[in-house]
Design a protein around this ligand. Structure first.
Ligand code: NAP
Length: 417
């Protein structure tokens, strides 16, 4: 059962009742809001007997953001008897929503799965779902574990222009859903679950998750990478109060405002261009005198009339009065310091591989899983696909390629058992 959208009047009526209500404040343009949709509907089902689960489109219900003090979306807020009990903002996984609710509502019982899968794929991005597609199509009994929705970082990418076969490009969220459905067409199963721990050296391999324990002959690690932070004081506190890591998710909050983007790679270039269509002014701050981003971005960046580039500059301080008011920059050549007033700062300085789960079990290099063209890791039956693997080019197409190779290697490994 999908959570229903309600208006202000309906919210007020619900708040006057003694029910416990969970409200998702969302908007159609918000990538993270789309990513939590399935998990949120699942929450509506699982908690149907104790919770009224609804949604409010903050674009449609005028003034609701100010009225309810919603600073970032999606915000999931729990009310009982009209009083807010707590909230969770931009939940990174369904398990986080469950944990948030578990302090207040009766906890659900999780059952362990005694089934032995041929393959468990951790991470449902393009690497993970391509592995699942190839594995399921080869007749392997395959389960994909994804903590929120299919697609990983790809699901947050507004438009993908360089994945072959889509003449006009394709939306990242749409492509994610299609990859999932394609793998499921051949029998792969998907489960929204957060993986807490893995034991990859044992046979079978053990995967402990928020939804129970799973066993598998092979494991494909396709956990991707998370945004890198600047590491400045107050950076975490100012998240949602001016500091952001995803232009496609939070850019709309800066319509008509001044924003800065830090970074010189493809992500920073794409973010700066996207923001130049929304914000009044965009300042791209890069620590060197040339961009790392591919040439295709250079011309549009130079053409954007409201975009200024501050070369050889690093952000040394976040200035704020509750919300971000500006950044202090240092010129790395002259040492000169300047203050740049801005309402938002988008940090686009690359990603850190998500290898926390396996760092003590597998060989890593620079934080990435050491696995070559075959995607084989330092443990038999364990493969790495996509951004989490050490490789020269991190793209949807290379992640998909890894997934196909990983499934092929897993198939050979299982045949040899
Ligand atoms: P990236 O290519 O690693 O670029 C990171 C940028 O941030 C670099 O310019 C780097 O500066 C700068 N940087 C790193 N740490 C910094 C710090 N502490 N302070 C200031 N600046 C810092 O990362 P990305 O742009 O996120 O891209 C990641 C991968 O995804 C790449 O393989 C990229 O090609 C791919 N991608 C592709 C597309 C596309 O093709 N359309 C779009 C997005 C991402 P330096 O240049 O000085 O090192």
């Amino acid at each position: 059962m999908a959570a229903t959208n309600i208006n202000r009047q309906q919210l007020h009526e619900l708040l006057q009742s003694s029910n416990t209500i969970l409200v998702d404040f969302w908007a159609p343009w918000c990538g993270d809001c789309r990513r939590i949709e399935k998990a949120y509907d699942q929450i509506a089902d699982e908690y149907a007997d104790v919770l009224t689960v609804v949604k409010i489109n903050v674009d449609e219900v005028e003034g609701i953001r100010q009225e309810e003090d919603i600073r970032r979306i999606p915000t999931l807020r729990l009310y009982r008897g009209g009083e807010p009990l707590g909230q969770i903002v931009e939940p990174p996984s369904k398990a986080d929503i469950d944990q948030f609710l578990s302090g207040i509502l009766p906890e659900k019982q999780k059952e362990s799965d005694t089934h032995l899968y041929d393959m468990v794929v951790i991470g449902g991005g393009p690497g993970g779902y391509t592995a699942a597609l190839y594995a399921a199509r080869a007749g392997l009994d395959t389960l994909v574990l994804e903590r929120l929705s299919a697609g990983g970082q790809m699901a947050l990418t507004h438009q993908i222009d360089n994945y072959p076969g889509f003449v006009q490009g394709v939306g990242g969220f749409e492509l994610s859903g299609q990859m999932q459905q394609q793998a499921e067409r051949f029998g792969a199963k998907s489960l929204i679950a957060s993986v807490h721990a893995v034991d990859l050296a044992t046979s079978p391999k053990i995967i402990q998750t928020s939804e129970g324990v799973f066993h598998a002959k092979t494991v494909v690690l396709a956990t991707g990478a998370n945004p890198r932070e600047l590491g400045l004081p107050n950076e975490k506190q100012l998240l949602g109060r001016g500091v952001a890591y995803c232009a496609a998710c939070d850019g709309m909050f800066y319509r008509g405002k001044t924003v800065a983007v830090v970074g010189g790679g493809n992500s920073a270039a794409a973010d700066a261009l996207l923001l130049s269509r929304i914000a009044e002014k965009v300042i791209l701050i890069h620590r060197r005198d040339s961009l790392r981003a591919t040439k295709i971005y250079h011309e549009p960046l130079m053409q954007a009339k409201n975009l200024e580039i501050r070369w050889n500059s690093v952000v040394t301080e976040l200035l704020h009065e509750g919300n971000l008011t500006g950044v202090r920059l240092r010129d790395v050549i002259t040492g000169e310091e300047t203050v740049v007033p801005c309402d938002g700062l988008f940090v686009s300085i690359g990603r850190n591989p998500a290898t926390e789960l396996v760092k003590d079990q597998l060989e890593l290099k620079d934080g990435y899983i050491l696995a070559g063209e075959t995607t084989e890791t330092s443990l038999p039956g364990v493969y790495a696909a996509g951004d989490v693997r050490l490789k020269p080019l991190r793209q949807v197409v290379t992640a998909a390629s890894d997934g196909a190779v990983a499934a092929h290697m897993a198939e050979e490994y299982i045949a040899s058992l």
